[in-house]
Write a protein that binds this ligand. Structure first.
Ligand code: NAD
Length: 376
C-alpha cells in the first residue's frame, strides 16, 4: 500500500500526539513529511523532534507530493487553511470544529464535494475502544430500543482558558470545544438530530487572568461565548436527550454520557478519552463493566486521519465524515440560535451513521494482528 504523504499545519499542544503516532509506527499509512506553523520556533522544534521538514503553508500547498494536510491550528484558522488546502487539491483532516461560522462549514463541505477531495474532521475519539464498544452494545440490542439519552460535562475554563485563550473566543467555549465529543459519540450511535430547544448563559463575563506564566497574565478579558448550556435534543429516530454543559465550575471535570433503552442502560465514560470503561445495566442489577470489544483504547489521536488515509486508498467512505462533523457543528450553532431566538431550531444537515470498526483488533502485531489492521 502506498503511504499517504502528509503535512501537519499547527504545531501546538495537540500536535505532539499526532506527530508521534505518525512517526513511531502506530499508523503506518501516513507518511508525515512536513510541518508548518506561524510560530517559527515551534515549527522548527517540531520538525527537529520528529525528523520532518519545516515548511511554510505556501510551500506545503505547492508541493505536489503532499496528498493530505492535517489542520491542527486554533479554530479561527480552520476555515481559511482547510479552504486553501482544498483549493490546492489536497485532502484535509481538520481538528474540531470544522469552522467557526455555520456557513463556512457548509461551504467547506460543498467545496470538498465539488473538488472530489476528502474532508475529515475530529473528534476521532468516537473510533476509540470505548465508543465503538458502546455502539456494539446498542447495535446488538443489549439495551433494547434506545429511548432517551443524557450528556453532561462540567469543567473549569478559568484554568484551561488562561493557558489556551482561544477557549474563551468565538469558535470555542465549552460548547464548541467540548460539545463535539459528546454529540459526535451520540451521533455515531443514534444518528442525526431533528430539533433542538436550548438556553445559554455567560456566567462571569468580565475576568482578570491571574495565572503567572499564562499568555494573558494580569490582563482583563471578557468571555465571548456562553459557558453554561442547557439543551433538549430530539433525534430523528424519536430518541429524546438532554445536554448540560458548564465551564464555570471546578476542576476535575465530571463527564456523563448515557443512553436509556427499553431493556437496559448504557453508561459510557468520558468521550474525550479513547478507552474509558463502558457499563451496561440490566433490570434489577447494578451496572457491570463491559469488556472493550474494539482496539484503540489508549490515546490514539490521529486515528481519524489514519482511517481516512486507508479509506482513500481503499476507495470507500471514511468514518470521521464531513457530513457528520457539519451536523454536530450545526447542532451546536442550533443550540446558540435557539437560545438567542427563544424558539426551537430545526436542523438542515443529515448524515449516514458511520460503519463500526471491525472488532477484536487489539493486538500489538506479535501474537495477533496489529491494531492498524482494523482500518484497512
Ligand atoms: N489541546 C488539546 O488538548 C486539544 C485536544 C483535542 C483537540 N484540540 C484541538 O486542536 C486544535 C489546536 O489546539 P491546540 O490546543 O493544539 O492549540 P495551540 O494554541 O496549542 O496550537 C495551535 C497552533 O496553531 C498555530 N496557528 C494558528 N493559526 C495558524 C495559521 N493561520 N497558520 C499556521 N499556524 C497557525 C499556532 O501558532 C499554534 O502553534 C484546536 O482545534 C483544538 O480544539 C486540542
Amino acid at each position: 500500500m502506498q503511504r499517504v504523504k502528509t503535512a501537519i499545519i499547527g504545531c501546538g499542544s495537540i500536535s505532539n500526539i499526532y506527530m508521534e503516532s505518525f512517526t513511531n509506527g502506530k499508523f503506518n499509512i501516513i507518511e508525515l513529511i512536513a510541518c508548518s506553523d506561524l510560530d517559527e520556533m515551534r515549527m522548527r522544534e517540531s520538525a527537529e523532534k520528529f525528523g520532518i521538514r519545516a515548511m511554510t503553508l505556501d510551500k506545503v500547498l505547492a508541493d505536489e507530493s503532499i496528498e493530505l494536510v492535517i489542520n491542527l491550528t486554533t479554530p479561527a484558522a480552520h476555515y481559511p487553511i482547510t479552504k486553501r488546502a482544498l483549493l490546492a487539491g489536497k485532502h484535509v483532516f481538520s481538528e474540531k470544529m470544522i469552522a467557526v461560522e455555520l456557513e463556512e462549514g457548509k461551504e467547506l463541505v460543498a467545496l470538498a464535494n465539488e473538488k472530489g477531495l476528502r474532508l475529515g474532521v475530529a473528534p476521532d475519539t468516537f473510533l476509540g475502544a470505548s465508543i465503538q464498544t458502546a455502539k456494539y452494545i446498542v447495535d446488538k440490542g443489549l439495551i433494547g430500543r434506545p429511548v432517551s439519552c443524557r450528556a453532561s460535562v462540567s469543567r473549569n475554563y478559568g484554568i484551561y482558558g488562561e493557558f489556551l485563550p482561544h477557549l474563551y473566543k468565538k469558535g470555542a467555549g465549552i460548547g464548541f470545544d467540548m460539545g463535539g465529543y459528546y454529540l459526535t459519540a451520540l451521533a455515531a450511535i443514534l444518528g442525526p438530530i431533528k430539533q433542538i430547544s436550548a438556553f445559554t448563559e455567560i456566567s462571569g463575563k468580565s475576568r482578570k487572568n491571574t495565572r503567572v506564566g499564562a499568555p494573558m497574565f494580569e490582563q482583563d478579558y471578557e468571555l465571548e461565548v456562553p459557558n453554561v448550556i442547557a439543551a433538549a435534543l430530539q433525534y430523528e429516530s424519536g430518541v429524546l436527550g438532554t445536554l448540560h454543559m458548564n465551564s464555570d465550575s471546578i476542576i476535575d471535570e465530571r463527564a456523563n454520557l448515557e443512553i436509556y433503552g427499553t431493556d437496559g442502560i448504557l453508561i459510557m465514560g468520558d468521550p474525550n478519552l479513547f478507552g474509558a470503561t463502558v457499563y451496561l445495566q440490566k433490570t434489577n442489577s447494578t451496572p457491570v463493566a463491559f469488556p472493550l470489544t474494539h482496539g484503540f483504547a489508549e490515546n490514539s489521536r490521529g486515528l481519524g486521519a489514519a482511517e481516512m488515509a486507508w479509506s482513500i486508498r481503499a476507495g470507500r467512505n471514511h468514518r470521521a465524515s464531513k457530513e457528520m462533523a457539519q451536523h454536530v457543528f450545526e447542532t451546536m450553532h442550533g443550540i446558540m440560535i435557539s437560545a438567542e431566538k427563544k424558539e426551537a431550531y430545526s436542523l438542515e444537515s443529515r448524515f449516514e451513521i458511520p460503519a463500526s470498526l471491525p472488532e477484536g483488533y487489539i493486538g500489538d502485531g506479535a501474537w495477533t494482528r496489529k491494531e492498524e489492521s482494523a482500518l484497512i
